[in-house]
Design a protein around this ligand. Structure first.
Ligand SMILES: *Cc1c(COP(=O)(O)O)cnc(C)c1O
Length: 409
């Protein structure tokens, strides 16, 4: 008989987006003519840049000729892409990363979930609250969280982030072995300062913890006082793994390409106290369970670093950032309190007065036909907030803000 991985039974239903869809569908049915604007989407909407399409088209043609056809590629990614990543994302910041420390993948979501295979089940993990749900759920599956009581996992260390601590979590007071940080943050849209991230690196060293640093939104950063890569901070190579993605940077959410950086210095201990480098383990894991990103897609990703590709993708990011500015300033102009929206495509709106996240969600849907995401869906400390996204069209963004401005809070 096959026995079950019972950890899966500890997973909490992902009611958030199902409930939102249900509410929106019910509203649309009751009001067939309603012109609903969706500011809840966490997905890019602009098409891929022409330079990327050209590169992928060329690669498609190569696949059709015997002389240039490619079968299995290197599991870690083609050299041309890993080189472009190092030259484009790290060298300009004075960061030295080895070719064998970059692992190209089909997504930061997969990487963030898969990396925990390298760690024993008794590790204690810390996540922020609110949080990108993948960090939590993948660890539930790995048996590292214990059971949930009223939605709170007993073995997880939650780090509350809200306006009260300026969206910069305190260090855990309990033992923690693995910390997940996301900056710029989904869902709050805020960034951690360079100084605070340096303190986190020191904390990880002092506590022999590994930092999982998710910088999927680094392309949106305009604030000076933060980092694009965790390796801008001295000592980070000893404790931090970085996850990056072409998804939000270059519109690859449907095309799929990302990468993880696993420096050779990052280690974890065996039960008998021997240190092992995680880099060869991750390499082995990828070679065994992953056969690489398609050549065509990797050529597309490489083109992101060409001069044209850079300019075109930057223009797309600027478009979303302008949407974010319009939302942020529009809401502020009617006295609402908002966070984020400067270094990320997310605006984290404080609900007025004592309104709950879902109450404001309902009000926006029913009064002005706008779909948002209730903050409480990302964790208990998301209660009292609402997430709006800048991934819509300019026209809809402007219309949505004009509608919200007609409301009395
Ligand atoms: C969108 C997103 C990613 C990117 O995931 P992919 O699998 O590369 O598309 C990673 N982390 C966070 C927090 C995200 O919001």
């Amino acid at each position: 008989m096959a026995n079950l991985n019972e950890n899966y039974l500890n997973l909490q239903g992902s009611y958030l987006f199902a409930t939102i869809a249900q509410k929106v569908n019910a509203y649309q049915e009751a009001h067939p003519d309603a012109d609903i604007i969706r500011l809840g989407i966490g997905d890019v909407t602009l098409p891929l840049a022409p330079a990327i399409i050209d590169a992928m088209t060329k690669a498609v043609q190569e696949m059709g000729k015997a002389e240039t056809f490619r079968g299995y590629g290197p599991e870690q990614g083609y050299d041309f892409l890993r080189k472009a990543i190092i030259e484009g994302d790290y060298k300009p910041h004075g960061i030295e990363i080895g070719m064998d420390e970059v692992f190209v993948s089909d997504g930061a979501k997969s990487d963030v979930g898969n990396i925990q295979e390298l760690f024993s089940e008794d590790n204690i993990i810390a996540i922020t609250d609110p949080v990108y749900p993948v960090y939590l759920d993948s660890n539930v599956m790995g048996g590292r969280t214990g059971e949930a009581v009223n939605g709170i996992f007993q073995k997880v260390v939650y780090l509350p982030t809200s306006a009260e601590n300026n969206f910069s979590p305190e260090f855990p007071s309990d033992r923690v072995d693995i910390v997940y940080l996301c900056s710029p943050n989904n869902p709050t849209g805020t960034v951690l300062s360079r100084a605070r991230l340096a303190e986190w690196i020191q904390w990880c060293k002092d506590n022999d913890a590994v930092l999982m640093f998710d910088s999927a939104y680094e392309a949106f950063i305009s604030t000076e006082d933060t980092v694009k890569s965790i390796y801008e901070i001295e000592g980070a190579r000893e404790v931090a793994i970085e996850f990056r993605s072409f998804s939000k940077t270059a519109g690859f959410t449907g095309t799929r390409c990302a990468y993880a950086v696993v420096p050779k210095e990052v280690t974890a201990k065996t039960k008998s106290g021997k240190r092992e480098s995680l880099n060869p383990m991750w390499n082995r894991r990828q070679c065994t369970k992953f056969n690489g990103v398609p050549y065509i897609i990797q050529r597309g990703a490489e083109a992101v670093y060409s001069q044209e590709g850079r300019e075109q993708t930057r223009a797309n990011i600027a478009y979303y950032k302008e949407n974010a500015r319009i939302i942020k300033e529009g809401l502020e102009s009617i006295g609402l309190t908002v966070y984020g929206g400067v270094d990320a495509p997310y605006i984290w709106l404080k609900t007025p007065g004592t309104m709950t996240s879902w109450e404001l969600f309902d009000l926006l849907l029913e009064k002005v036909q706008i779909v948002s995401t209730p903050g409480s869906g990302f964790g208990p400390h998301g209660e009292g907030y609402l997430r709006l996204t800048a991934f819509g069209s300019r026209e809809n963004t402007i219309r949505a803000v004009e509608r919200i401005k007609t409301l009395q809070f």
